[in-house]
Design a protein around this ligand. Structure first.
Ligand code: NDP
Length: 240
């Protein structure tokens, strides 16, 4: 067991979510890891971890996972609202089913995740919610139309709940990363968009590692509860 509070992460089976689970676990926190690929989370073998097969489109499943983890480790002090997908393509030829999927996971999934912890944090008058937006939540790209839409949504919700939860001493921190080396491009089915993205990435000297995101998040989390880093915008140096 550990005396550090419980942290919870959606999208913990790969990429930035996995890095955050590893970083906070190494700092001594018990971690609730949520994603659909439970085998990947279990294979990490982290101590004091509960792995749950959760689809963020299922509001009740997130809440149940949080309640079960809290029964073992106490209240959730940090929630990382992270699970997301990118289906990038020119809007004119993108199948609308890809819009639906992004909207359901990136926006409604984020709301479902906030819902699982927000009221308890307000009642306890403490806690931290990290919201995964993107540089694409601050700036548009022509072949990212719906993805940008979902991330602008996350940005707006984050700023709104930051103001709301400030009255309860709960911190909301929005992340706006640039290109991070993860599995996210595996979901891009449109070949010419993928080729253009990769070409651009080569020009910027590649993406940066997800551990840089998780390390700065741990730093922000470890600040005193009355000190808030409102937004973390981390990109490769050459990304403009
Ligand atoms: P990955 O593809 O490596 O990770 C995405 C994670 O989300 C996986 O763990 C996946 O798990 C999970 N996920 C996807 N859909 C669902 C779902 N329906 N229910 C539960 N979990 C789901 O990519 P990243 O680490 O890069 O992505 C994490 C977040 O970071 C996303 O929100 C992305 O938009 C954002 N981001 C990424 C950037 C980048 O350059 N990589 C830049 C800016 C933002 P599983 O498939 O097992 O369910």
């Amino acid at each position: 067991m550990t005396d550090k509070p419980l942290v919870a992460v959606t999208g913990a089976s790969s990429g930035i979510g996995e890095a955050v689970a590893r970083t906070f676990s190494a700092a001594g926190h018990p971690v609730l890891m949520m994603a659909r690929r439970i085998d990947k989370m279990e294979a990490m073998g982290l101590p004091n971890v509960i792995c749950r097969e959760v689809d963020v489109r299922d509001r009740a499943a997130i809440k149940a996972a949080v309640q079960d983890a809290e029964a073992v480790y106490g209240p959730t002090d940090m929630m990382f609202v992270n699970a997301g997908i990118a289906r990038l393509a020119d809007i004119g030829r993108q199948p609308p089913e890809e819009w639906d999927e992004m909207i359901d996971i990136n926006t409604k999934g984020a709301m479902n995740t906030i819902h699982a912890v927000m009221n308890d944090m307000m009642e306890r008058r403490t806690g931290t919610i990290f919201m995964m937006s993107s540089i694409a939540g601050r700036k548009v790209y022509p072949d990212h139309t719906v993805y940008c839409g979902t991330k602008y949504f996350v940005h707006a919700v984050s700023e709104s709940i930051r103001e709301y939860l400030a009255n309860y001493d709960v911190r909301v921190i929005v992340l706006s990363p640039g290109v991070i080396e993860t599995e996210i491009l595996s979901g891009v089915l449109d070949e010419s968009t993928l080729a253009a993205y990769k070409d651009n990435k080569v020009k910027m000297g590649g993406g940066i590692g997800p551990e840089h995101v998780s390390e700065i998040m741990l730093h922000a989390y470890q600040m005193p509860q009355n000190a808030l880093i409102q937004e973390i915008c981390i990109t490769p140096t050459r990304q403009t």
